[in-house]
Design a protein around this ligand. Structure first.
Ligand SMILES: [Zn+2]
Ligand SMILES: [Zn+2]
Length: 302
């Protein structure tokens, strides 16, 4: 690519530098870049991220109570790079059909985390859990997250968050960096070189721990709105616990549901906070209304 300012072609000995922000133009020198800024700044926009969010996938099964795979539940969303993580949370609530009755955080996973320390059946793990919920983790405990972008909006009391609060202290760690969801923009984390090769998850509901694994699959021209490009699987029920989703689907698939299965179906269609009155029978566990999601995303503030 020729220098956007002086049109000089790059040479092997003197490669050009891309504009770090938009990555759309390149320059032969800092002088050229500085001189061209007034002309370029109007069109210099950070491209959107195309991110695939996969709910409780096999890829992080070592950290999950249950994998969701029949069917897989995923959404691929084009995300404005200057949107905040709080707005991304809002978009994910719409895209996955969650009811926004719990809090969230976005986490960069520590690859060194000892996943066995979470096992409920060992005495040591139980003691550690009790100690951590009272005092928070200590620096010598295995660290789950390199970075945590969390919801620090004031508690309005509109949403019952006591369950999440109870689990919150366990998510703190003296060596985990914390950032504010409402004031951190996507590119500030997604473009940061220290996290580039690490896995990242969006955790919604600290009790049920719905983990959505993020995979950046590409970039796209900058927009101001979130847009859902693809998806699979019906949105999952709130407060069903991870393996409860499969249990519910199995109830719908049963040829002659037993009493317990009838109760689950009735609960889902009438009382569940994000239940579907049409249920999940006749293959509806695969139904995902992309147009409906995009209609709601298009009127959302970003
Ligand atoms: Zn130049
Ligand atoms: Zn630029």
């Amino acid at each position: 690519m020729a220098c956007a300012a002086c049109s000089k072609e790059p040479e092997d000995s003197q490669p050009h530098q891309l504009c770090a922000r938009c990555k759309q133009v390149s320059y032969c020198s800092k002088t050229c870049q500085a001189g061209h800024w007034d002309a370029h700044k109007g069109s210099c926009k950070r491209p959107n991220y195309i991110i695939k969010f996969n709910l409780c996938p096999e890829a992080i099964s070592d950290r999950l109570r249950a994998v969701i795979k029949d069917p897989v539940v995923s959404r691929t969303i084009s995300c404005p790079a200057t949107a905040t993580f709080h707005r991304l949370h809002d978009a994910l609530q719409v895209a996955f059909g969650w009811a926004s009755t719990h809090t969230y955080d976005f986490n960069v996973l520590d690859p060194q985390f000892d996943t066995t320390q979470d096992e409920d059946d060992s005495q040591g793990a139980l003691m550690r859990m009790i100690q951590q919920s009272m005092n928070g983790a200590s620096a010598s405990d295995s660290r789950e997250y390199l970075l945590r972008v969390k919801d620090d909006t004031p508690d309005t009391g509109l949403v019952p968050r006591h369950i999440d609060k109870m689990h919150d202290s366990r998510r703190h760690h003296p060596r985990t960096k914390e950032k504010s969801g409402p004031s951190t923009k996507l590119y500030q984390v997604l473009d940061a070189s220290e996290y580039r090769n690490e896995r990242m998850v969006y955790t919604y509901d600290f009790g049920d721990r719905w983990e959505h694994l993020l995979t950046i699959t590409g970039r796209a021209p900058a927009t101001t709105k979130f847009h859902c490009i693809a998806g699979s699987g019906h949105g999952v029920a709130e407060d069903v616990v991870q393996d409860g989703w499969q249990v519910l689907i199995d109830a719908y698939r049963a040829r002659r549901p037993n009493e317990e299965q009838h109760e689950k179906i009735h609960w889902y269609e009438t009382r569940c906070s994000n239940g579907d009155p049409k249920g999940l029978g006749n293959g509806r566990e695969h139904v995902f209304d992309k147009d409906g999601v995009n209609m709601r995303l298009s009127v959302m503030r970003t």
